[in-house]
Design a protein around this ligand. Structure first.
Ligand SMILES: C[S@@+](CC[C@H](N)C(=O)[O-])C[C@H]1O[C@@H](n2cnc3c(N)ncnc32)[C@H](O)[C@@H]1O
Ligand code: SF4
Length: 455
């Protein structure tokens, strides 16, 4: 039965880190004036009560992993790129501070990449100190960064901790040597253990490990071994991502192996089920989609208190209405609108240095988008949504229910008069369930593949 369901529902679909999803943002984009106005609106509505979030994209890596779907730039010429990039990011931040008027209260900072730990301790300090020249810390903070175990020093870990960072995530992916060769990413368990131990010793309170299932040459045995090693280090969180095979988007980066080397539908689902069971056995709890956490971690507590939120950074333990994204290709979210920065490093630096916000596309949400956005967030975070409240009603609700009938008969969810509840067995199909609400997707059925598979 499971096998049939997986085959039936394993179709291309969005990951819903936003609604509308990026391919369905308005073709004509967003007026800079609208982006600025909605940013100021969200800031004024939320700065005092909840603070704001910052995402800083640090795009450089020393070597290319052939599975990687992130926006990155491969170079070993640290001296050429680090300082000019940090200077540009700080100029961009200045442009936002001029716009916002009052001093922002920063609740969350996430340094993502690329590889944030590509940057020297001095440059990381320059970045964070530079941000706080014109901002204050909110009364509670959650500062986190992504770290590559092969490119992280104890000094960087200490520097970031001293600057207020208490969480980090390590890119692990897989410990098997055959898999590592295929994805061009060699890293040993010993190296990871050493970095992990430093991080604990320094006092970080949440360590996350990123693993991926569905990579080339993975087998049940190799996954068991990777997970056994991971659990030995007891990370507070584990991201167990489904490999997104999107070679048409990222070009040659993903062509280091053949499609035939990838585990197929049923094998891939089995790797997910196996991982999930092993995490449960070790005391982890599943959070939303792709994430597992120990009950002591804030992500788990956020599920309990219904504070779990999802944005371009993935799942977070608290919601801020405004998330400013700095750096090349970063996406900002003002709740009422989205904006993405120039994806090309040269264009990004040129526009900022000319004194303009480097936005190259965006989307102003309609009233209907805002309602659908709320339902999709509810489904992704709480696995249920309700339209009892008048503000959440949609003219299309009957059609949405119709689209979900088949999933109800497949025992994936229950449809009530005023709400939908996803069953535990339906958790892995939550992206498919969201697609029934995705009016933009339904109106604009894409005729080419633009999304990875849902499972
Ligand atoms: C932007 S990377 C940054 C981590 C850091 N550069 C490193 O490699 O350790 C964040 C995570 O995204 C995940 N990721 C990247 N490409 C992916 C893909 N094609 N499918 C699924 N997950 C992917 C990986 O698990 C990776 O650790
Ligand atoms: S996985 Fe990390 S290190 Fe590898 S290319 Fe992607 S961002 Fe760079």
């Amino acid at each position: 039965m499971d096998t049939q369901l997986v085959q039936k529902y394993n179709i291309p679909g969005p990951r819903y880190t936003s609604y509308p999803t990026v391919p369905f943002w308005d073709k004509e984009g967003i007026d800079l004036a609208d982006w600025k106005a909605t940013t100021v609106r969200a800031f004024n509505e939320s700065n005092d009560e909840e603070g704001i979030s910052l995402y800083v994209h640090l795009p450089f890596c020393e070597s290319l992993c052939t599975f990687c779907a992130c926006h990155k730039k491969i170079t070993k010429r640290h001296d050429d790129v680090e300082e000019p990039y940090i200077d540009t990011v700080l100029k961009e931040w200045d442009l936002y501070c001029d716009l916002l008027g009052e001093r922002p209260k920063i609740r969350e900072i996430h340094l993502g990449g690329g590889t944030p730990t590509y940057f020297s301790s001095d440059n990381l300090r320059k970045l964070i100190d530079g941000i706080f020249v014109r901002a204050d810390k909110f009364k509670v903070t959650q500062f986190s960064f992504e770290a590559h175990p092969n490119l992280t020093t104890k000094d960087q870990l200490q520097t970031l901790f001293d600057l207020g960072f208490t969480r980090t995530s390590f890119g692990i992916q897989d410990y098997d040597v055959t898999v590592q060769k295929a994805i061009h990413r060699m890293q040993t368990f010993e190296q990871v253990s050493k970095i992990d131990a430093w991080t604990r010793e320094i006092g970080y309170d949440s360590i996350s490990h990123d693993l991926i299932f569905g990579l080339p040459f993975q087998t049940e045995e190799s996954i068991r071994d990777t997970i056994r090693k991971t659990i030995e280090l007891k990370p507070d969180r584990i991201a167990y991502y489904s490999y997104a095979h999107v070679p048409w988007v990222k070009g040659v980066g993903q062509r280091g192996f053949d499609d035939n080397d990838l585990p197929k539908d049923e094998e891939k689902r089995h790797l997910y089920e196996l991982g999930k069971q092993l995490f449960f056995d070790a005391g982890y709890v599943e959070i939303g989609m792709d994430h597992f956490a120990l009950p002591t971690d804030s992500l788990y507590k956020a599920v309990d208190s219904k504070d779990l939120h999802r944005n371009f950074m993935g799942y977070t333990a608290s919601k801020t209405e405004l998330m400013v994204g700095l750096g090349m290709s970063s996406i900002s979210d003002s709740w009422y609108s989205f904006a993405q920065n120039e994806k090309d490093l040269g264009d990004y630096q040129r526009v900022v240095n000319e004194g303009r916000l480097p936005i190259y596309r965006g989307h102003l949400l309609s009233e209907k988008d805002l309602i659908v956005r709320k339902h999709i967030l509810n489904l992704m975070c709480q696995l249920e949504t309700s339209w009892e409240d008048e503000s959440l009603q949609l003219d299309e609700i009957d059609a949405i229910k119709e689209r979900l009938r088949e999933m109800e008969s497949d025992d994936i969810l229950t449809i009530y008069d005023n709400k939908i509840v996803v069953k535990e067995e339906g958790r892995m199909f939550v992206r498919n369930i969201c697609m029934a609400f995705d009016l933009r997707l339904i109106e604009n059925r894409p005729d080419t593949r633009i999304f990875s598979m849902t499972i």
